[in-house]
Ligand binder design. Structure first.
Ligand code: DMJ
Length: 586
């Protein structure tokens, strides 16, 4: 399969030229004349004599000649290997023509920078971007800034500490340095047209040997959605087979986790020994969002490689769940590893530990070209049961949210993670033939998008907390210190993205832009972006972690919301839960 037909907007000259150029004389190639803008004439009026004008003219002519000669005769840097000609960024090529010289200059600059005391990085003029194109370019610049920090201070590590300027990792990655950011970011780098950055990431991945790098217990779910998913989408976007081989390697290493009596996989695996286990705190149980979010990647992988093993593993999980009785149609979070398995405690949620199970039911139906009717039916039944038992509207502001259920006890709390559900139901509406059902889910999606926006608007920073409550005294806010943080999560912007695509209501773009500005204000660190510890603090402390999903998800959705709809059209692409796009089958 060759590179796909993805609209790849060619970045404009203005992206690279930040200087105001309107005061410079312009060379008219047709008439071979130099035209001075009005402001230049002003100078004339202010006293340039004719021989001085002549000197300026000759000088400008000379400079233009040098530039044109350099443009046409210096050799190409060859960074276009993986790009179609129509996607190439010609303006930028002038910067990469003399690769050797550029590298030398870069090394010298780096040396100088390292010798000097760190200088605070100026914050860009965020007020300047006042249309979608300018905002899209601004997001691209944010991506470049965050990537440069990772590249310089944490290359090959899982994540970056943007303020300490060092590597960071969390337990989901084990304790090896497996370059999670590189793999999670590569599709975004490609989509936004950061060519050199993409090329460098691609070269690193070509040498990537997961088994050698991974150490300790890794999360099967996170490895699947970030690594297998990231590599699959890189393949889907570029047609570069290397990515597919790597995706298959990663997924193959996960297979021992599926060797359980029921086929429901363990949560953790040590790739060196193949030993797998559940979390120590989960009392020997597996977790719905984890074992339920395998099928999109595994099914796609089998489909692309012709190797049936992956689809067999994910279908087995689905079969086991189909056969089980669901309490009032709901899916509890915990399940035992026996055959047949038993549900654990009756805890139900649209957020943590449950979320992507529902998302994958819907998206698997879409990914199969809407042929998998069993999946569609199970999705509809699950959402219907949740609407019936868990959907509430707040008393004062009429804000809609899915509460949590513990047995029959209702907890009126909604998580940032659960905000993804607005986008999910909108995606359902966009794919639903029955107009009444479609309208119902479009309305629900709008309501959830609004609730999640309120959780942002009601905080001091304009950024929403990890989790918020609905009580007689507060709505869409939290008074719990432990729930007040924000770790660059994408779910709220994700929902606004789907709403934007479905409705074209400008308010969703505006909300996304507000978030961009708040990220600049509160989450921007020295060499990247960081989470913040308290969204209700006017001067919030940063947590010094640049999560890999910042690139995979938040940046991608922000970039897409300011792009045209033919950048990853939703009738051709479906996003996995880490926002890695996969091709929808015919
Ligand atoms: C991502 O890793 C995925 O979206 C996952 O499904 C849950 N949420 C995180 C980011 O918040």
């Amino acid at each position: 399969m060759g590179p796909v037909e993805i609209y790849h907007s060619v970045p404009q000259l203005s992206e690279y030229l930040v200087l105001e150029t309107s005061y410079q004389p312009k060379f008219d190639f047709k008439s071979s004349k130099i035209n001075f803008p009005e402001s230049a004439n002003l100078k004339n009026d202010m006293g340039l004599r004719s021989h001085e004008q002549l000197v300026v003219c000759v000088g400008v002519m000379f400079l233009l000649t040098v530039c044109i000669t350099a443009f046409f005769f210096l050799p190409s840097g060859g960074a276009d290997l993986y790009f179609r000609e129509e996607n190439s960024v010609h303006v930028r090529d002038t910067f990469i023509r003399n690769e050797a010289l550029r590298k030398k200059e870069q090394e010298e600059l780096l040396k100088k920078a390292e010798e000097a005391n760190p200088v605070p990085i100026p914050k860009p003029e965020i007020g300047a971007a006042d249309d979608a194109e300018g905002r899209r370019i601004f997001v691209k610049q944010m991506i470049k800034f965050a990537w440069d920090g990772y590249r310089k201070y944490a290359w090959g590590e899982n994540e970056l500490r943007p303020n300490s300027r060092s590597g960071h990792s969390s337990s989901i990655f084990g304790y090896g340095k497996t370059g999670a950011t590189i793999i999670d970011a590569i599709d975004t780098l490609f989509i936004v047209g950061l060519k050199e950055e993409y090329k460098e990431a691609r070269d690193w991945i070509a040498e990537f040997n997961f088994k050698d790098l991974a150490k300790g217990d890794l999360s099967v779910f996170e490895t699947n959605i970030r690594f297998t998913g990231g590599l699959l989408s890189a393949y889907a976007l570029t047609g570069d087979k290397m990515f597919l081989t790597k995706a298959e390697d990663v997924a193959t290493l996960l297979l021992p986790a599926f060797e359980t009596p029921s086929g429901i996989p363990y949560s953790l695996i040590d790739l060196q020994t193949g030993r797998a286990k559940t979390y120590s705190w989960a009392s020997g149980k597996a977790i719905l969002s984890e074992y339920g979010s395998i099928q999109l990647e595994f099914d796609y992988l089998s489909n692309l490689t012709g190797n049936p093993i992956f689809a067999q593993k994910s279908n087995k999980i689905r079969d086991v769940l189909t056969a089980m009785e669901k309490p009032e149609g709901l899916y509890p979070i915990y399940i035992s590893m026996d055959n047949p398995p038993r549900w654990g405690q009756h805890l139900f949620s649209m957020g943590a530990m449950a979320d992507s199970w529902y998302e994958y039911l819907l998206k698997q139906w879409i990914a199969t070209g809407k042929t998998d009717q069993r999946t569609k039916r199970e999705y509809e039944e699950a959402i219907f049961a949740m609407e019936k038992r868990m959907l509430y509207k707040s008393e004062q502001s009429n804000l809609w949210y899915f509460a949590k259920l513990n047995g029959n006890r209702v907890e009126h709390t909604f998580e940032h993670l659960a905000c993804f559900s607005g986008g999910m139901v909108v995606l359902h509406a966009m794919n639903e033939e029955n107009a009444t059902i479609a309208q119902h889910y479009m309305d629900l999606g709008k309501n959830i998008g609004h609730t999640c926006h309120e959780s942002y608007a009601r905080s001091t920073t304009g950024i929403g907390p990890e989790s918020f409550q609905f009580t007689s005294s507060i709505e869409a806010k939290t008074e719990r210190r432990q729930d007040s943080y924000y770790i660059l999560r994408p779910e709220v912007v994700e929902t606004w993205f789907y709403l934007w695509r479905a409705t074209k209501d400008e308010k969703y773009r505006q909300w996304a832009w507000d978030h961009v500005q708040n990220l600049e204000k509160y989450a921007k660190g020295n060499a990247g972006y960081s989470g913040i510890r308290n969204v209700y603090d006017s001067n919030p402390e940063q947590d010094d972690v640049q999560q890999s999903f910042l690139f995979a998800e938040l940046f991608k959705y922000l970039y897409l919301i300011f792009s045209d709809d033919d950048v990853l059209p939703l009738d051709q692409w479906v996003f996995n839960t880490e926002a890695h796009p996969f091709r929808i089958r015919n």
